[in-house]
Design a binder for this molecule. Sequence first.
Ligand SMILES: *Cc1c(COP(=O)(O)O)cnc(C)c1O
Length: 405
Amino acid sequence: MKFIPYAHQSISDEDIAAVVRTLKSDFLSQGPEIGRFEKEFATFVNAPFAVACASGTAALHLGCLAAGIGAGDRVLTTPITFVASANCARYVGASVEFADINPETCLLDPGECEKMLDAAQRAGKPFKAVITVDLAGYPCDMQAFSRLKEKFGFIWIEDACHALGATWTNNHGEKLQIGACKTVDLTIYSFHPVKHITTGEGGMITAHDSALDARLRLFRSHGINRASSAMKIRSEAFDETGAPNPWYYEMQELGFNYRLSDIQAALGTSQLARLPIFLTRRHEVAARYRSAFTEWPYIIFPKISEGLCHAYHLVIVLIDFKALGKSRVQVMNELRAKGIGTQVHYLPVPMMPAYGAGAENPEGAMKHLPAALAYYRHTLSIPCFSDISDDEVERVVSALKEAVK
Ligand SMILES: *Cc1c(COP(=O)(O)O)cnc(C)c1O
């Protein structure tokens, strides 16, 4: 019996051929495949700019650097996310605070954020940035956060690592792609193998502002600038006739090597061509799970509102383990014995030792985040990926029914 993991990549012969073609080309790095991937990605999400980089985490770090978030700044995010969504603020010396989630959507709650944004502004120490996360692929309340951005003027970074292909509808009834950056400043993607498309490791940032795009590119490659028009030390940059010196470049900021290779970019472009098929399949799988458990007392699905279109990176179910009389680990082990992988997304970030949680009372860090704590106690992700077969989905359905009956 084949093991069904909670997530898995889909690699085709075309993907392999694209990688091999690049390996046989002149450029393994800093070549034409990067620009091609960026252009096609920008077209897909309808964004003016897209910058490829080494990982989703690198993309978050670059986003914070390019947006000018730094020492002493306050950044607000959700406790229910992968640690990288919060870590990026700490990389640049900012402090991270957490607002509670909405218990129905399981995403950062705009009302809770507004309270904290308001209090911070009154105290004269406003939040510099808000990092929203589209958990599982379901967009956060984009209309509400657009209003909050207008009111408070923070930098809005959207961690859309789960939400490639998701859409939302603005208050004029226009359907917009997540990542188009109409009201968001920067949108972040990851191409880790569990995500919608993969490059092994990799990430992308989309933006609407050309100055931000230029800064992202600067920080992606050591802070080094080669454009003669931008040189600051003119005596070194130009010869006596005023022509640019061919060897010359300047490091103008403290940057990193966060570049994606051409080998990875070629894989990304090839994967992107199949994204519409991947999304359709993920929707079918999620719809089957939702219909299989509509009348099931211990299984609840997070709420979906009209106008927001899910990308289903994950299918999350909320199980009342207490009422069921079984622990989560018991359910996970029963499923595992039947060859089915599940996962918990996520242990709340404030409950991590690196965020100060202590061994004696880890829940102490969650005093102001009751909805996030309740979510964590109930959540379980069940298998959802584009290559899962109908038979495998039915195996998951019947095993889960058996485990929670
Ligand atoms: C995967 C992920 C990241 C990090 O991406 P990497 O490519 O693994 O560095 C960040 N945030 C969220 C929500 C993710 O799921």
